[in-house]
Design a protein around this ligand. Structure first.
Ligand SMILES: Cc1cc2nc3c(=O)[nH]c(=O)nc-3n(C[C@H](O)[C@H](O)[C@H](O)COP(=O)(O)OP(=O)(O)OC[C@H]3O[C@@H](n4cnc5c(N)ncnc54)[C@H](O)[C@@H]3O)c2cc1C
Length: 325
């Protein structure tokens, strides 16, 4: 291990689709680029089968992310497995401190930190994500042809998810702890009303997941047709996701009402030198996908390049403790 005192042009926080795409573009612009990300591959890597990434009719999300990483590595972008705990700014220089205690400096920062899915907090929920438990009906609905599935949630996403799933699954249950849906779009509710194979279970909660290697059933907090246990192949959690905003807050980056980072068409935030891409931003509206995240990463790197051209070598003191092994 050796210490380096390199200064970076672009520090990319994250290791998902947005981060790797940003790194690829930044490196091809000859920017001195580094990726620091906590979990390799982000949500794509754990999301199971991907059938809607152009060029790959079917690919496991993890394998797709390996390809993203390999392409960044081809340009010798250092990839550090670490969490960025804080970022401070001095003039045009940003200084990031990580969980492992290292410090990195860069002229621009690209936040590609994604979102934290809300969960039920049940045993096996994480372990069986991609094996029956899903957070994305748009992505996984076609995997459930002829199956029985459950959507948990009572908002518009749950209603839309149930409508989509009902086109594939034999039967769809919507399980919601409230007494009625919370503000679904009228058009989506009309579509749901027209689906004969969807049953609504209000004032009901899922309290246990059943299965061995993956999900095979759920237990509810009350009986439905004589039993509290339902045999199901899929459980879709549509109970929301929260953008990871800690670093944005530290930097004074503006958020919208949904706590998403507000970006312009070039992925610039309100803070000069700070860009954002992927699910953490308001850029793609409701369409939070691998493809859109990657595209936004490319845009963010392009805007960062323009910024670095304006303020080259903005950091005088170099990164501390970075190991180039
Ligand atoms: C179950 C599931 C299935 C899906 N299926 C599909 C599909 O079939 N097709 C599709 O297009 N999309 C799918 N998606 C959506 C897709 O995965 C996301 O849109 C995409 O992952 C967003 O990429 P991102 O780079 O913005 O964020 P993420 O993939 O969430 O990556 C965020 C990265 O930031 C890192 N990070 C966070 N905070 C820090 C920090 N402080 N320091 C360092 N690193 C940090 C994380 O560890 C992670 O590496 C699915 C999502 C889920 C949950």
């Amino acid at each position: 291990m050796s210490s380096s005192t390199q200064e970076y042009d672009a520090l990319i926080v994250g290791q998902g689709a947005a981060a790797f795409a940003a790194a690829l573009y930044a490196a091809r612009y000859q920017m001195r680029t580094i990726i620091i990300g906590e979990t390799f591959g982000g949500e794509t890597a754990t999301g199971g089968l991907i059938e809607n990434y152009p060029g790959y009719p079917e690919i496991d999300g993890y394998d797709l992310m390996v390809k993203f990483r390999e392409q960044a590595e081809k340009y010798e972008v250092p990839i550090v497995d670490d969490k960025v705990g804080s970022i401070d700014r001095t003039g045009h220089c940003f200084e990031a401190k990580t969980g492992l205690g290292d410090t990195y400096q860069a002229t621009t920062v690209i936040l590609a930190v994604g979102r934290e899915r809300r969960k039920l907090g049940l045993e096996h929920e994480d372990e069986w994500t991609g094996r029956g438990v899903s957070f994305c009906s748009t992505c996984d609905a076609p995997l459930h042809r002829g199956n029985v599935v459950v959507v948990v949630g009572g908002g518009d996403a749950a209603v839309k998810g149930a409508v989509l799933l009902s086109k594939y699954a034999e039967r769809v249950y919507i399980v919601y702890r409230g007494a009625a849906f919370t503000r679904p779009e009228a058009a989506n509710l009309r579509l749901l009303d027209a689906r004969p194979n969807v049953e609504r279970l209000f004032n009901t909660r899922v309290i246990e997941l059943k299965g061995n290697e993956g999900l095979s059933g759920i237990v509810l907090d009350q009986e439905v047709k004589g039993s509290a246990e339902l045999a199901v192949h899929g459980l879709f959690l549509e109970i929301g996701a929260d953008p990871r905003t800690e670093l944005a807050h530290q930097l004074g980056v503006q958020l919208n009402d949904g706590d998403e980072i507000i970006v312009d068409k070039q992925m610039r935030t309100n803070v000069h030198g700070v860009f954002a891409a992927g699910d953490v931003t308001d850029a793609g509206g409701e369409l939070k996908q691998t493809l859109t995240a990657a595209a936004q990463g490319a845009l963010a790197a392009t805007a960062a390049y323009a910024d670095v051209s304006e303020h080259p070598n903005a950091c005088e003191v170099h990164a501390v403790g970075f190991s180039l092994v």
